[in-house]
Design a protein around this ligand. Structure first.
Ligand code: TMP
Length: 219
């Protein structure tokens, strides 16, 4: 199937403001008459949302192994790629995805310290040839991230999130992972300083996106 659309993914550690930026960009593109689809991972399909619950919030997930986590993330991804992303791209839509396979490299590869070659092979099964055209990596300091993570756990005490319960060392490794990923693919991955106001970050993102946009209305 020929890809006609544009596939943009958002990445970053906990509390970097990705979800807000996905929404702002979707609104901006929509106002320019682009056809936009916003998705999130894990999730984005009914099967994927069930897997997301198992991964994050289920009260029975405490004993999950890193390998099971890796496979579940990629089961959700395999479904999303085939059920939604490929058809949307084939129809010429702009697909914005809140996390994609770089999250697996950063969290399961660097964070959980699973073998990186094995992680790559599993990701390959899930995505096949479906790769992002552009990835925005939102960066904040470890201190801001820890502060936001603590605030979230204090304000949402009844919504357990197994991954957010990981140690500060885990998240420091995730940061290192993202640094390595960005260094390895500078053309695809644009690093955006996300420590400013949402409006300021949004403007920086727009400067990255605008040059690669197809003319509105062409689709
Ligand atoms: P979020 O939607 O709040 O970002 O939550 C998703 C969580 O799942 C977040 O802690 C990052 C984690 N994650 C992985 O560990 N590996 C993955 O491949 C993906 C997509 C997410």
């Amino acid at each position: 199937m020929m890809q006609k659309g544009l596939f943009i993914t958002f990445e970053g550690t906990e509390g970097c403001g990705k979800s807000t930026q996905v929404e702002l960009l979707a609104r901006q593109l929509g106002s320019l008459k682009h056809r936009v689809r916003t998705l999130r991972e894990p999730g984005g399909t009914s099967i994927g949302e069930e897997i997301r619950h198992t991964l994050k919030h289920s009260k029975n997930n405490a004993a999950m192994t890193p390998e099971a986590e890796l496979l579940l993330m990629n089961a959700s991804r395999a479904q999303l790629v085939r059920e939604v992303i490929r058809p949307a791209l084939a129809a010429g839509e702009i697909v914005l995805c809140d996390r994609f396979y770089d999250s697996t490299t950063a969290y399961q590869g660097y964070g959980r310290q699973l073998d990186l070659a094995m992680v790559r092979n599993i990701v390959e099964v899930a995505v096949g040839g479906t790769k992002p055209d552009l990835t925005l990596l939102l960066t904040i300091s470890r201190e801001i991230s820890e502060l936001r993570r603590a605030m979230r756990q204090a304000t949402l005490p009844f919504i357990r999130d197994r991954i957010e319960e990981a140690s500060a060392e885990f998240f420091a490794r995730v940061d290192k992972g993202y640094e390595a990923i960005a260094a390895a693919e500078p053309n695809r991955i644009r690093v955006v300083d996300a420590s400013g106001s949402p409006e300021h970050v949004c403007l920086n993102i727009w400067q990255q996106i605008q040059p690669i946009l197809p003319k509105a209305g062409r689709w």
